[in-house]
Design a protein around this ligand. Structure first.
Ligand SMILES: Nc1nc2c(c(=O)[nH]1)N[C@H]1C(S)=C(S)[C@@H](COP(=O)(O)OP(=O)(O)OC[C@H]3O[C@@H](n4cnc5c(=O)[nH]c(N)nc54)[C@H](O)[C@@H]3O)O[C@H]1N2
Ligand SMILES: Nc1nc2c(c(=O)[nH]1)N[C@H]1C(S)=C(S)[C@@H](COP(=O)(O)OP(=O)(O)OC[C@H]3O[C@@H](n4cnc5c(=O)[nH]c(N)nc54)[C@H](O)[C@@H]3O)O[C@H]1N2
Ligand code: SF4
Ligand SMILES: [Mo]
Length: 750
């Protein structure tokens, strides 16, 4: 056994806590939190201790695979796979144009480095459309934040007086650094306060000072009532808004006429509690907010995001410690366009709004299953499992099957890989250089480049994603040796010579398209420890240093201009436990507003109109009397990253949670079997009776329903939530799904 502790990160949620791994041969013998990690500081939850089930899954891919006409797969060499894939994508482009080639994924919870190279191949092919999971959760928020702020914000939960969680259960889902100690600290401190808006009495709600336990799907009414109380009771930050915001009159006009008592009644929350919460928010020196899937995947989700933003903006909780501040992104995970030269774009078939460059996940099937001449005909899927994670899996399978070409890059034989024409195997996230671009913290922000912990398994033939993208670019003739050679020579002479040569090279627009793989092929080989995959980070480090030199210097990195960027890049390479790459001082938020006038834009006319005509609350049809939350985060869920069901110590098959009143009415008992039926499908699940749920509300976990090799063949464990969801049940602005509000019925099974 090896006694060395090797630094890495947990890949199971966006926090990416630093961990240390001790190996026993190829097994992860022990895992502990890495105290040297600047953000997590040794903290982890219970899940990463099970990471061996990801690393050593028996359905790991071992060789490139090609589909035979009979549907089975055969092993092929990389040369064959790359040559054929390049030829087939090129043929689709020649016949139907590059825009008929669609890209999905590019990063999971822990890996974005590989995806930073994929744009090169896609641009070289002339592809225009892409998407990923952010387009089924965050795009509504991005759209309103872009229009209001020209940026997005993160709550500062380390320093806030009042913490507000809208449809977010950080005790289980994390999303803030050291979530559990942070929540306990807020709950324990008599001067601090926590407000949770959630129909379920979650672990987080248990810690809250005020739990607004609304009826599912009534957030728009509750949030409107909260905002209306601020206006009607004169609690808004008048002077601050007069200096910093425009559009207050329009907003005030609408909120003045909101019938607070009636809206509280619709949401099922006592009016006194709603007024109390609004007053506490208004009285606080600082308020930090986090909204997540509970509001982003339910009815009126984009309006909900708008009202959430109004709550903290009307009370002046922006741009100070303990409030909400725009982070410095290390890499362009999110893009904003509304206030720039670009205008809203729409998908070619469904005409769905493209936000932050992403086509809504819910329209992907519609963009394929049509005879429309501009339909998507070929697709590259990387580090994502859309056949399982997108709404209406049945229709997604049909759509993926209808493509002329589907190529999947993954580590495991996923539901999506099974449908592919070619499956390309990548090393696990512990067998290569990796990094996450979920760098969204303020005032200190972190970047963690992880060196490999072990080699790929012997006897396998795997290639890291940057190498796959580079070979694909070369195979279609987008990059050749003559273009690479001079830059490689310049890189040998040093960074300054390289920078000059690189900038000159990318003045050629065709080379600019493939810039990341050009870096990988030229700067890459000069990087220490085989860190070629980190080459794309150099360009990002230089950009961050140019745009935010003071924040980089406050993080302890010296220099000016290009040299500052180089040193930041070197610091990243030299710190296997992660680095603070920027540190903000109070007030910088104002410089980061992306609005042309550097003001906050409070009034969004379309959403104010929706607010004005909100109606009297959601209604259910008699055949589907329950609201199903399809995809709840629990102690033993982690998207589809773990495929081996044995990783779960409890709740192995993902119980259906039901309130005790409903259980009694339906004749269900703890551990009994029930059938859940929606307009799209039907699944069976074991019942757990809980009084954390209100009558009429049921929930199933996310990430279940994966098939995995068992002793006598493939076994599917638990119910896949998207067998029950419908792609047309989505937000009208952002196209995000209503997975938390799936009308359903429940029956007892013998
Ligand atoms: N353990 C675990 N952690 C994870 C993940 C995981 O798979 N497992 N996945 C990660 C990912 S990808 C994400 S995006 C995050 C998501 O993190 P969260 O958004 O916190 O997770 P959810 O449990 O899906 O939903 C949050 C809450 O929404 C509530 N809710 C349901 N309906 C409504 C409603 O109508 N209104 C309101 N206000 N609330 C409602 C639910 O009761 C639930 O408590 O978690 C991340 N962390
Ligand atoms: N009904 C319902 N559906 C949902 C949700 C819900 O709450 N309800 N939640 C949605 C949300 S918020 C999210 S984020 C999505 C998540 O769904 P997806 O975007 O599909 O992502 P994951 O399930 O995280 O899958 C990650 C994939 O990456 C692969 N992988 C792991 N490591 C590597 C690597 O190093 N390289 C490569 N190439 N691949 C790798 C894994 O094997 C897995 O196939 O699901 C969404 N779907
Ligand atoms: S909080 Fe997230 S990143 Fe941290 S250990 Fe838990 S699952 Fe992993
Ligand atoms: Mo997510």
């Amino acid at each position: 056994m090896d006694t060395e502790w090797r630094p890495s990160a947990c890949v199971l949620c966006a926090c990416n806590c630093g961990i240390e791994i001790r190996l026993d041969g190829r097994r992860f013998e022990r895992i502990r939190g890495d105290k040297a990690h600047p953000s997590s500081q040794g903290y982890t939850c219970e899940k990463p201790r099970r990471l061996d089930h990801y690393q050593n899954g028996v359905d790991r891919l071992t060789h490139p695979l090609r589909r035979r006409p009979d549907g089975t797969f055969e092993q092929v060499t990389w040369d064959t796979a790359i040559a054929e894939i390049a030829a087939r994508f090129s043929a689709v482009r020649d016949a139907h144009g590059g825009e008929s080639i669609f890209y999905y994924g590019g990063g999971g919870q822990g890996n974005h480095l590989g995806g930073s190279y994929s744009g090169a191949f896609m641009r070289a092919l002339g592809a225009k459309y892409r998407s990923n999971a952010l387009a089924q959760e965050k795009t509504g928020l991005f759209w309103v934040s872009d229009r209001m702020l020209g940026n997005t914000v993160s709550g500062d939960f380390d320093h806030c007086e009042v913490a507000v969680f809208f449809g977010k259960n950080p005790w289980q889902s994390h999303g803030i650094p050291r979530a559990r100690p942070t929540l306990k600290e807020i709950a324990r401190d008599p001067d601090r306060f926590m407000i949770v808006i959630d129909p379920r009495r979650t672990e987080t709600a248990e810690l809250a000072d005020i739990h607004l336990q609304l009826r599912p799907g009534t957030d728009a009414w509750l949030l409107a009532a909260l905002a209306a109380v601020l206006v009607q009771e004169g609690l808004i930050a008048h002077d601050w808004l007069a200096t910093h915001a425009v559009g207050l009159d329009e907003v005030r006009d609408v909120l003045r006429s909101v019938p607070v008592a009636e809206y509280c009644e619709i949401s099922g929350v006592p009016e006194g509690l709603v007024r109390g919460a609004a007053r506490r928010i208004a009285a606080a020196a600082s308020v930090a907010v986090f909204e997540d899937l509970g509001v982003q995947m339910t009815l009126h989700s984009t309006l909900n995001s708008y009202l959430d933003n109004l709550l903290w903006l009307l009370t002046g909780n922006f741009g100070r410690p303990g409030t909400n501040n725009p982070p410095i992104l290390f890499a362009p995970l999110i893009s904003f366009s509304h206030h720039g030269p670009k205008r809203d774009r729409f998908s070619p078939v469904a005409g769905a709004r493209i936000i932050s460059g992403l086509v809504p996940s819910n329209v992907v099937a519609e963009e394929i299953l049509t005879d429309h001449p501009r339909r998507y005909r070929a697709m590259l899927v990387e580090t994502s499992n859309p056949a399982h994670s997108l709404a209406d899996s049945k229709r997604m399978r049909e759509a993926l099957g209808a493509l002329d070409l589907l190529v999947v890059i993954d580590v495991a034989m996923t539901e999506t890989a099974r449908l592919a024409d070619y499956v390309l195997p990548a090393p696990s996230q512990f067998e290569k250089w990796e990094a996450t671009f979920f760098n969204l913290e303020t005032p200190a922000n972190y970047f963690h480049l992880r060196p490999p912990v072990l080699d790929p398994p012997p006897g396998t033939d795997l290639l890291p994603e940057p190498e796959i993208h580079a070979r694909l670019c070369e195979a279609i003739g987008a990059l050749n040796d003559d273009q690479v050679r001079p830059l490689r020579e310049a890189a040998e002479r040093g960074r300054a010579a390289f920078a000059e040569a690189f900038l000159a090279a990318i003045s050629d627009p065709d080379l600019a398209k493939v810039a990341p793989v050009l870096l990988y092929r030229t700067l890459g080989p000069t990087l220490p420890g085989g860190a070629a995959a980190a080459a794309s980070l150099w360009a990002q480090a230089v950009k961050v240093a140019m745009a935010h030199p003071d924040a980089v210097r406050r993080a302890g990195i010296d220099g000016e201009g290009l040299e500052l960027g180089d040193r930041l890049f070197d610091a990243i390479l030299a710190n296997p436990s992660g680095v603070v790459f920027t540190l903000d001082e109070p007030g910088v938020g104002w410089d980061r507003l992306g609005t042309p006038d550097k003001k906050i834009h409070l009034a969004l006319p379309d959403l104010l109109e929706e607010l004005r005509t909100l109606g009297s609350g959601p209604e259910l049809r008699p055949e589907f009397p329950f609201v199903l939350s399809a995809g709840e985060r629990r102690a033993f869920t982690a998207n589809t990253i773990f495929r081996d069901p044995a990783w779960r110590k409890r709740d192995v098959a993902g119980v259906l949670r039901v309130s005790s009143k409903d259980a009694a009415d339906l004749g269900l008992s703890d551990g009994s079997l029930a059938r859940v039926t929606t307009k799209r499908g039907s699944v069976e699940a074991t019942v757990e009776i809980t009084d954390t749920l209100q009558p009429g509300h049921i929930s199933l976990p996310n990430g279940l329903g994966l098939s995995y090799p068992g002793e006598t063949g493939e076994v599917t464990t638990g119910a896949a939530p998207n067998e029950l969801t419908a792609s047309e049940d989505r937000d009208p602005y952002a196209g995000t799904p209503w997975h938390k509000h799936v009308p359903a019925r429940v029956e007892a099974l013998a």
